[in-house]
Design a protein around this ligand. Structure first.
Ligand SMILES: NC(=O)c1ccc[n+]([C@@H]2O[C@H](COP(=O)([O-])OP(=O)(O)OC[C@H]3O[C@@H](n4cnc5c(N)ncnc54)[C@H](O)[C@@H]3O)[C@@H](O)[C@H]2O)c1
Length: 337
């Protein structure tokens, strides 16, 4: 049993991860400010459900509040930190770029300081497929160029990846970055397409389909994703000179116990097929308004998830239609519609 400190615990992915870690018998300490982005009511409901579980302790505070963060970490004495709290969202980064600087740069630095102070066995942090920008070579592999971010969201995540490398190098802090693709499933964020589409279709309202439907995403079902995270917790990167051989295609740094791992479904699905799956699951037809591409968006993502497989023996595999059916079932039950 480990004590695992999870930032962003009341968020979509954090909630599923905390539940899985508690199921596995770990002690979990969550930290989340319950910000308004992505559905405040949903965050409060997730937070309340976690608090009701044995082995869970939750703190509601900002990452930028260093005294609160230090207090929570001191009380927790964590063995492992999983840092998921962030200002997420590609589109919102055009509206409110400063929120990304505050949460993703200042906030991440504060969590790095906590990881260093507590000399945790493993520090893990969420990054994003957005760091691959407009790269054409697919599927995206961890060792590929990620130096040309298209949005401030991607730029802050890329910067946070680089910041953690310096701490891993200077302080020998074993660090794993995961790059998530498009994660969906029950308790999903209100700003993301699966929720927006399902909500509109069930209300008989039109949906906006960007790039005239020529969009492809690696849709990753949330239970698969958190399974991958939980497995990576047990695989801290070895220090340089330790004699441990890197695995095939490893992103392991030669200067630090640091690596980056894609967690994706290894399939790039057409957005319109995802909408078809929602139509099937809801039994309703969508009214589609085809629009141009949004600024900062990319037409396609696709994960090469072989490194995750080599490190953990695991690959996400939920079929998109099954995952969508489970999401729609949750949506109907949660909203009683
Ligand atoms: N959901 C996806 O498809 C996806 C894809 C790529 C990367 N990610 C990354 O995964 C992580 C989790 O994403 P999610 O989908 O669960 O998002 P989410 O918005 O549901 O969860 C993030 C949580 O962090 C909290 N938070 C944000 N800023 C904070 C701050 N300054 N101080 C304290 N708490 C703060 C929020 O209240 C929220 O509960 C994020 O780092 C995100 O960038 C998600």
């Amino acid at each position: 049993m480990k004590t695992i400190f999870v930032t962003g615990a009341a968020g979509f992915i954090g909630f599923h991860l905390c539940n899985l870690l508690l199921d596995q018998g770990h002690r979990v300490v969550g930290y989340d400010a319950l910000t308004d982005f992505g559905g405040r009511a949903l965050k409060e409901a997730r937070h309340a459900r976690l608090l009701a579980r044995d082995g869970y302790r939750g703190h509601v505070a900002q990452l930028e509040d260093m005294a609160a963060l230090e207090g929570a970490a001191a009380a927790a004495e964590p063995d492992v930190i999983v840092h998921l709290a962030a200002q997420a969202g590609v589109r919102y980064s055009l509206e409110n770029p400063r929120a990304y600087i505050d949460s993703n740069l200042v906030g991440t630095f504060n969590v790095m300081e906590i990881a260093r102070a507590h000399a945790v066995d493993h520090f893990l942090m969420a990054s994003t497929s957005s760091v691959y920008g407009a790269e054409k070579a697919m599927p995206f592999v961890e060792t590929q160029l990620t130096d040309r971010p298209l949005t401030i969201y991607a730029a802050t995540k890329k910067a946070a990846e680089a910041m953690t490398h310096s701490w891993a190098h200077l302080y020998g802090l074993p660090t794993t970055l995961f790059r998530f693709f498009t994660v969906y499933g029950p308790w999903g964020r209100t700003d993301m397409a699966p929720y927006l589409f399902t909500d509109a279709i069930l209300k008989g309202e039109p949906i906006k389909v960007f790039n005239h439907g020529e969009m492809y995403r690696d849709f990753t079902y949330v239970s698969d994703l958190v399974d991958g995270i939980a497995r990576l917790i047990d695989v801290p990167p070895p220090a340089p000179g330790s004699g441990a051989a890197p695995v095939d295609g490893d992103s392991l740094s030669p200067e630090a116990p640091w690596r980056v791992v894609n967690i994706g479904n290894s399939r790039s699905e057409k957005l319109t097929d995802f909408i078809d799956a929602i139509e099937t699951a809801t039994g309703r037809a969508a009214t589609r308004i085809y629009m141009d591409m949004q600024p900062g968006d990319v037409p396609a993502t696709w994960a090469d998830a072989r490194l995750l497989q080599r490190l953990t023996g695991y690959s996400p595999a939920t079929d998109m239609r099954d995952g969508v059916a489970r999401f729609v079932a949750w949506y109907r039950e949660y909203h009683n519609v």
